[in-house]
Ligand binder design. Structure first.
Ligand SMILES: Nc1ncnc2c1ncn2[C@@H]1O[C@H](COP(=O)(O)OP(=O)(O)OP(=O)(O)O)[C@@H](O)[C@H]1O
Length: 557
């Protein structure tokens, strides 16, 4: 942090008796002010002669151009180097804080508009590879600690921690992009028209180096602290308390303190401009401001640097450029690694998919086997079928073994027949021989079957005739014989056997036996004579004689 003092020109031209004169103080010597103990501020100071040192004292006659020429170039350089910068004005009432920052209303010739102009001028000199853009947000912090968004009037904002940039900022504050200097200037006018309480303005600068794919962000924070309160009131104490709290890292309570503390201490290159007046009526306030500077120089110069909270622009630039180089070096390596990892993962995924399909098919097979097994357990018929199948299978196996044994045996026989010489029989030859053998066997079987069929037909015929003859005998015995016996008894025929056969004619039978069909095939087969064991010729002659005999019986009646 650099601490500057700007003295207000009020009273410079008034009567020498009423102003601090060269005689009262060694003004601006080596950027310090020394008061003599007997007059003016020196008289107020209890310890008499006192010297207050600053990084720079801007005399009452310092013009806006001079102070800007001193401050602006270093701030532009910082911002383009990626270093955050802040300008804070603090001082007695109406001593030129706003005037220093923004200038006289309507003219805007203060440090800030000049700084903005220089930033845009520098942007125009950047090459095509180096793109620069700006965005701006502006807040008013009132004495009751409420925050108003200047770009969204009427909206009170709450505070939130800025985890990206550090410190605190207003939640949902409006950020407006500015593509031209004119846009930025018109926003500056808008800000100055609604200033109320403490005004905090943030300009974020984003630089993109397209070829190296690097983005550098830097922020400019401008704080115009209001001091409407009497000199002995608390703003000085509040300010000192804030600085003390921040350096001691104790919790900050006030919204204002939270909003500005990182602009002062957290990696910001801070320019604190203290303003005061040399008018006799302001001497009490001026003394407080001067003492403040003394306090600041003590704390800031030692504590902040010792805590390494502040990094010098050169160090920060070095770190940034090293990081950028490291990033680009590692970039390709990271891509290669990622590609390797991706292909490894893909192959693993492929393997896994394959295994998964195999497992699924195994599971399906198992389920089907299980179902079959369950089915077999549940169904006894199937069990029996299975047993039969197993039996058949084992029989088949036995036969196969037997066949192979036979083949082996054949080979052996074959070798034997070749006088013990080792002759390998080709399986095909063996097979065809076997087939030939089987065919022959089959033909034989077929012949036997045909013969059997013929025999069977003959047998059936014989059986049929046998049963017809048997029926005839039954008929003779049961129905015809009694009738014949009756006739014989009536005509005294002595021999039953000879007469019985002579009376068998259709007309002589009882009506129940006439259509029985017994006589239809009586002459069909020579075998029918087997019943009486007589030749066919003899039967024919007997019939002839029987019909004459029948006539005789009827005549005798
Ligand atoms: N160095 C200067 N040269 C010429 N005029 C100045 C200078 N400083 C301040 N003034 C004038 O003094 C008046 C008060 O200045 P300014 O409003 O900037 O004070 P301030 O400290 O911001 O006041 P406040 O405490 O009310 O915020 C303005 O009219 C301004 O133009």
């Amino acid at each position: 942090m650099e601490v500057y003092l700007r003295l207000n020109p009020d009273g410079i031209e008034v009567d020498a008796d009423q102003t601090i004169t060269e005689a009262d103080a060694d003004l601006y010597k080596d950027n310090s002010i020394t008061f003599h103990s007997n007059t003016g501020i020196g008289a107020l100071h209890s310890q008499g002669k006192e010297t207050f040192k600053f990084d720079k004292i801007f005399a009452p006659t310092t013009s806006q151009n001079e102070i800007s020429s001193y401050l602006v170039p270093s701030i532009v350089r910082d911002l383009y180097s990626g270093i955050n910068s802040s300008i804070i004005t603090f001082g007695s009432k109406h001593t030129g804080k706003t005037y220093t920052l923004y200038g006289q209303q309507g003219l805007y010739t203060g440090v800030v508009p000049r700084l903005f102009t220089k930033l845009f001028q520098h942007k125009d000199t950047c090459d095509k590879n180096h793109a620069v853009s700006f965005k701006i947000a502006a807040l008013n912090v009132l004495n009751n600690d409420t925050i108003n968004d200047i770009f969204n009037i009427g909206h009170t904002l709450s505070l939130q921690k800025d985890n990206v940039h550090g410190g605190y900022w207003a939640k949902n504050a409006n950020w407006l992009y500015c593509h031209t200097l004119q846009e930025l200037m018109s926003l500056l006018i808008q800000i100055s028209n609604v200033t109320q309480g403490h005004t905090i303005l943030k300009l974020e600068m984003i630089q993109t180096y397209i070829s190296s794919n690097t983005i550098i962000k830097s922020t400019l924070t401008i704080v115009d602290l209001e001091n409407n309160e009497p000199a002995d009131n608390k703003l000085y104490d509040k300010f000192i308390t804030m600085i003390r709290d921040v350096t001691k890292r104790t919790d900050l309570k006030s919204t204002l303190n939270k909003l500005i503390w990182d602009s002062i201490f957290d990696n910001y290159n801070t320019r604190l401009i203290l303003t005061c007046s040399l008018l006799p009526v302001c001497q009490g306030d001026t003394l407080k401001i001067l003492e403040l500077s003394k306090y600041l120089s003590k704390i800031v110069k030692y504590d902040i640097i010792r805590n390494r909270s502040w990094i010098s622009p050169a160090d920060k630039y070095e770190v940034l450029s090293q990081q950028t180089q490291l990033k680009s070096d590692n970039y390709q390596k990271q891509i290669d690694l990622l590609n390797d990892t991706i292909s490894l993962l893909e192959s693993k995924a492929h393997d896994f998919k394959k295994k998964q399909i195999e497992t699924e098919s195994l599971i399906t097979d198992n389920l089907s086997l299980e179902a079959q097994w369950q089915n077999l357990i549940n169904n006894e018929t199937n069990n029996e079928t299975l047993e039969i199948m197993l039996d058949k299978n084992s029989t088949l196996n036995n036969q196969q073994f037997q066949l192979s044994d036979q083949i082996e045996a054949n080979k052996f026989v074959h070798r034997e027949r070749n006088n013990g010489q080792r002759v390998e029989s080709d399986f095909d030859v063996m097979n065809s021989k076997l087939l030939e053998f089987i065919n022959k066997q089959e033909t034989k079987v077929q012949d036997i079957l045909n013969e059997n069929m013929a025999c069977k037909e003959h047998l059936d015929q014989l059986q049929k005739e046998y049963s017809i003859n048997k029926e005839k005998i039954r008929l003779v015995e049961n129905e015809i014989a009694p009738f014949v016996r009756k006739e014989l008894s009536q005509h005294s025929i002595s021999s039953y056997g000879t007469v019985a056969s002579s009376v068998i004619t259709e007309e002589s039978l009882p009506s129940s036996s006439r259509n029985s069909g017994l006589f239809q095939s009586s002459t069909a087969s020579p075998s029918s004579s087997s019943v009486t064991q007589r030749s066919p010729n003899r039967i024919r002659s007997r019939e002839h004689s029987l019909s004459g005999f029948n006539l005789q019986i009827l005549k005798s009646k």
